[in-house]
Design a protein around this ligand. Structure first.
Ligand code: SAM
Length: 216
C-alpha cells in the first residue's frame, strides 16, 4: 500500500488540534493563532515533520508552521506532536500553490524548502517549489528582509533553482555544494529525514539562502 493512501488519515487530520482547518481564515491572524508576536517560519513540504519539530524544540521563541500536501505523511507528524505537545508548531494540510491565500503580506519571516520534489519533466517546472512561480508567491508573504532556505541532494533541481533566482528578482546570499563539509553553512544545521538518508548514502547536500533584491 502506498503511504499516501493510509485509510482514515484525512479524517484524523481534520479532527486534530494540531492542524489548522480553513487556514485561509487565519490570513493576517497568525500571531493570534500562536498567542504571541514571535516570528513565523514555514516549511513547505515538511513530510513527517522531523526537521520542523527539532527546530521548534531548539527555538521556543520562534513559531513554526508545517505545510504538507499528503495526509498520510502529515499523520506521522501529528502522532509525534501528540507526545511532544510543542506550543510553537502547527500544521496545515494543503498544496503550497495556495500559500498566498493563507498568509498576509510580510506575515512570514522565513521559508524552508527541504528536499523538495524534483518534478523532472520540463512541463512540470512550475510545480517545483524553488521555481520563479513559487518565488513570486513567497515574495508576497515574506517580510522585506525575509529569506528562503533550500536544501537538496538533487543536483539538477539545485541548478534549476539557482537559475531561477536572478529572473525572479532575488539575491543569492549564500550557497554551498557540499553542506556537510562547509563549516560556516553547517552552523545551526538541523538534519531533515531525507538529508540523513541521502548524506548517509554519500550524496553531497546542496544549500542556498536567498532574499529579495534591495532588501539588504
Ligand atoms: N522536507 C522533508 C525532508 O526533507 O525530509 C520531506 C521531503 S519529501 C521528498 C517532499 C515532501 O513535500 C513530500 O512529503 C510532498 O508531499 C511535499 N510536497 C511536495 N509538493 C508540495 C506542495 N506543492 N505543497 C505541499 N507539500 C508538497
Amino acid at each position: 500500500m502506498r503511504l499516501r493512501n493510509i485509510a482514515g488519515s484525512r479524517e484524523v487530520i481534520a479532527d486534530s488540534d494540531f492542524t489548522v482547518k480553513e487556514p485561509d481564515k487565519k490570513k493576517g491572524l497568525w500571531k493570534e493563532v500562536f498567542g504571541n508576536d514571535n516570528p513565523i517560519r514555514v516549511e513547505i513540504g515538511m513530510g513527517k515533520g522531523r526537521f520542523l519539530m527539532d527546530m521548534a524544540q531548539l527555538h521556543p521563541d520562534i513559531n513554526y508552521v508545517g505545510i504538507e500536501k499528503y495526509s498520510s505523511v502529515l499523520l506521522r507528524a501529528l502522532q509525534k506532536q501528540e507526545q511532544l505537545l510543542l506550543p510553537n508548531i502547527i500544521f496545515i494540510r494543503m498544496d503550497a500553490e495556495e500559500i498566498t491565500e493563507v498568509f498576509a503580506p510580510s506575515e512570514v519571516d522565513r521559508i524552508y524548502l527541504n528536499f523538495s520534489d524534483p518534478w523532472p519533466k520540463d512541463r512540470h517546472a512550475k510545480r517545483r517549489l524553488p521555481s520563479r512561480q513559487f518565488l513570486e508567491r513567497y515574495d508576497k508573504i515574506l517580510k522585506s528582509d525575509g529569506v528562503v532556505e533550500f536544501k537538496t541532494d538533487n543536483r539538477d533541481l539545485f541548478m534549476f533553482a539557482l537559475d531561477e533566482i536572478e529572473p525572479a528578482g532575488w539575491n543569492l546570499d549564500a550557497v554551498t555544494y557540499d553542506l556537510h563539509n562547509d563549516e560556516k553553512m553547517m552552523i545551526g544545521n538541523v538534519m531533515t529525514e531525507y538529508e540523513e538518508r541521502f548524506s548517509q548514502a554519500g550524496n553531497p547536500i546542496y544549500k542556498y539562502i536567498i532574499s529579495r533584491k534591495g532588501s539588504k
